[in-house]
Ligand binder design. Sequence first.
Ligand code: SAH
Ligand code: SF4
Ligand code: F3S
Length: 437
Amino acid sequence: MKYFLLPLGCATNKADAERIAGVLSSVGYTTANSEEEADLIGVIACSIRQSAIDRVYGKVHQWNQWKKNRTVTTFVSGCMLAADQKKFLKLFDLVVPLDKVPEMPHMLKEYGTSPVEHFWDITPKRQHQYKALVPIQNGCDKFCTYCAVPYTRGREVSRSSKDILKEVESLIQSGVRQITLLGQNVNSYGLDKKGEELSFAQLLDAVGTMADKAPHRVWIHYTSPHPRDMTREVLEVQAKHPSLAHYLNLPLQSGNNDVLKKMNRRYTVEHYMTILDLAREIIPDMTVSTDIIVGFCDETEEQFTDTCRAVERAHYDIAFIAQYSVRPGVVAEKRFADTVAKDEKKRRHTVLTDILKIGALNNNQQLVGKTIPALVETASRKDGKLLARTEGLKSIEFASTDESLIGHFVLVRVESCDAWRLSGTYLSAADENPIRA
Ligand code: SAH
Ligand code: SF4
Ligand code: F3S
């Protein structure tokens, strides 16, 4: 029996898929190369925007058509809102909430049972050998008024630091080059355990200590922190360990205090900028990315302009800009009206992208002429190039057809750039851990 999984959301969603794959392979399923050749197809849903959920409906209607000609079992898991889950029951063979994933063999009427009870104890079947996602917490307590996550993933629960450190250690020993610590509010890690667990800074310190001693170079990333919970201590720990990457995703969402308030973000633009400045003071070569929503309920032209000014001031390297999408059942849906027209959201998206581009290009130009390490990810065969990522997760390409470099560190000299990509020349392999060398 072969399975195919289709994760449609963020990194957390991909990590969920790896644990679902772990359960399926533990009872003898193997991976199919495509939906077409699979006996079992699963979609790992994302509910963050209507467009993501629309894709789930699109897929299942297609699969249900196939059922006229062949047998196929379909299931849905991942981040689901109650309203959709009810409809999914009629469309899919199985609806598997994340906490029920360990029971999947039983639901599929397989004889084997999963050896574990808790989702996190499942051994993931990882997509990549050289990079890994490690969840450190689940859920979210922040209840930003626009957001589905607290409803799809529940309240914030921290995973035990002992388990996290064990997983990180075994990944490093197996040769993994890049590890991302994952959570919706990583820097509130441990707070739900009321003094019984490490703080995020302490956890990061322990992970950094481990990675610094690795037999090869390792980069540790974490995402996402919440501006409200960001501390000097976290940034200082990040600066202290060479293996902790100089990358920060600091979601701004809006550059206007009234909008932030309405979003229930519970910080001001001024506070946000203080943290951003502190981050750059402690780690001057920090690559910074952000998340922004344009066209949130009643967002005026002036309020949008404040966001433009904030993006200018922050000169981000990357921004994930989203057009506001109403989610059923969240606070904003009940309290405010979605008044900004679709076309206007689109326009604001474009305007903001243009502003972002100026800052990002300027940042990239500072790197031209420098020699930097990068982790090779894929090959672009048709133009004889390898594509890699820098410590700050910027894309960098260089001429090479040596695909054995994929999954390894290289040193590249940056020759030119545009706003979203660097181009360079290959200098040498760079897997050796510079800290131990
Ligand atoms: N926990 C993280 C992000 C989680 S969701 C944080 O606090 O930033 C990822 C991004 O999706 C958010 O940062 C936000 O920009 C976007 N998003 C969330 N809900 C949305 C909605 N209803 N419409 C449009 N974008 C949304
Ligand atoms: Fe959603 Fe806000 Fe939680 Fe991020 S912090 S997951 S945006 S509710
Ligand atoms: Fe991620 Fe979407 Fe869930 S953004 S946490 S998969 S709702």
